[in-house]
Design a protein around this ligand. Sequence first.
Ligand code: ZN
Length: 110
Amino acid sequence: MGIMVNPAHRDTTESDLYILRGLLRCCGAALIPACSDNHTRYYACPETECDRDLVNAEEIEQQIWQRYVALNADAADIVSRDQRRAALLSVLSRITVGTSLVDLDYGWRD
Ligand SMILES: [Zn+2]
């Protein structure tokens, strides 16, 4: 499977497909958006010595969004998909990914 790192560095657009861009951490660095040949989206660790597998973007975005909705019950109804990134950035400063995808350390803003 050929993996191409997405060269786009758009960081502020609300319609960014990668809603967790810049938020996910591994090895102290931010995971970077990547895309496979068949357009499946991933987040990848930029450290070449890291043995983390590619993180399926759709899965981890759903998981983190569900966590957000659990804490903000109204959000599911009023926050559109395009607005999710802004919503998450307003409450989270980083999310450190542990050894498995269910092992997430949420860095909430004060
Ligand atoms: Zn890593």
